[in-house]
Design a protein around this ligand. Structure first.
Ligand code: TRP
Length: 340
């Protein structure tokens, strides 16, 4: 018998365009895993999850659906190798969520560290939408519907995987069947997964206005690089500078394939004599080389939105088949398939 393939399920909330933080945090990993040919890969645009805190602005989510699809295709997610689909088009995910909600306590939901941080950031206080509080359970439905064992995501998603594993274990134990599969996260290499914002803030995000987008044109990228936070104590070119906490060097560590060159530049900067403008120009060249082919592919797909819609439609049809099969097994296990 042929060995069963590993399954990947992953995705992003469509709340805008994707930036280079998404790229190094998860997109790169997904493309690499897809191209090994060892996985059945499902990539989901999590519009329903995005609506949990955007119910009053569905237009933003609608618009972002295409933006995220274009970003996916541009970085090399290949619809021939991966199934790209839209969460809201898969009704089985909602029903699975309902079944799993009975296996999770409210206090456990309130303890999820990522959700906790988001509730603070979004200043929800006691007014957190119920759908938002329970989104880790809907995420467990996303992952288990495809029996995914591999979930390539950013570090902040580990609590979602932990909660998914708990739900899987509880379900399989209570209904005494090995139906659901426990997933493992695949995270970027240490030090390369989290890219600070242009301003040196630990997080790159749209709301902080400190991001470089995969769709940014060459001029915009250059302007952003030239505005980057470096070392406030490095005033004259001849002054010795700091490379730790210096965003330009953090980016070089992540993006420059020439590690020897980066080591040399760091030495020069620390000794004094290497100016910020020069080092930023160098980083600009490195980033432009990486982002140009992505931007050009994105443009080509953007000129053919009908094709993009076709990819999402076909992907969603395939995803429905798989998710419906899992839902049937889950209903059987619970014993609610009353009429056959
Ligand atoms: N929570 C993820 C994010 O905000 C998106 C997501 C939804 C997801 N469902 C998923 C990621 C399932 C991995 C697996 O980016």
């Amino acid at each position: 018998m042929a060995e069963k393939k590993h399954v990947i399920l992953t995705g992003d909330r469509p709340t805008g365009k994707l930036h280079i933080g998404h790229y190094v945090g998860s997109l790169k990993n997904r493309v690499a895993l897809q191209n090994t040919g060892k996985y059945d890969t499902y990539i989901m645009i999590a519009d329903q999850q995005a609506l949990t805190d955007n119910a009053r602005d569905p237009e933003k989510i609608r618009r972002s659906l295409h933006e995220v699809s274009l970003d996916y295709l541009a970085v090399g997610i290949d619809p021939q190798k991966s199934t790209i689909f839209v969460q809201s088009q898969i009704p089985a995910l909602s029903e699975l969520t309902m079944h799993y909600l009975n296996l999770v306590t409210v206090s456990r939901l309130k303890r999820n560290p990522t959700v906790k941080t988001e509730i603070q950031q979004k200043k929800f206080g006691e007014s957190v939408p119920a759908g938002f509080l329970i989104y880790p359970v809907s995420q467990a439905a996303d992952i288990t519907a495809f029996k995914a064992d591999t979930v390539p995501v950013g570090d902040d998603q580990e609590p979602m995987l932990e909660q998914t594993r708990e739900i899987v274990r509880t379900f399989n134990r209570i209904y005494d069947q090995e139906i659901l599969v426990e997933p493992e996260g695949v995270f970027p290499p240490k030090g390369e997964g989290r890219i600070p914002g242009l301003d040196g803030n630990a997080k790159m995000s749209k709301s902080l206005g400190n991001a470089i987008y995969l769709s940014d044109d060459a001029d915009t990228i250059q302007k952003k690089v030239m505005s980057m936070y470096t070392d406030p104590t490095h005033i004259k070119v001849s002054d010795p500078g700091h490379v730790e906490g210096n965003t330009v060097f953090t980016y070089l560590d992540i993006f420059d394939p020439d590690k020897d060159q980066v080591a040399k530049l760091k030495e020069q900067y620390q000794a004094g004599g290497l100016g910020d403008v020069k080092i930023k120009r160098y980083l600009n060249d490195v980033l432009q080389a990486e982002l140009k082919p992505i931007r050009e592919r994105r443009k080509r797909y953007a000129a053919n939105i009908d094709y993009v819609d076709q990819v999402l439609k076909e992907g969603s049809a395939r995803a429905n088949e798989v998710a419906n099969q899992t839902l049937k097994e889950v209903r059987d296990a619970i014993g609610i398939n009353y009429f056959g």
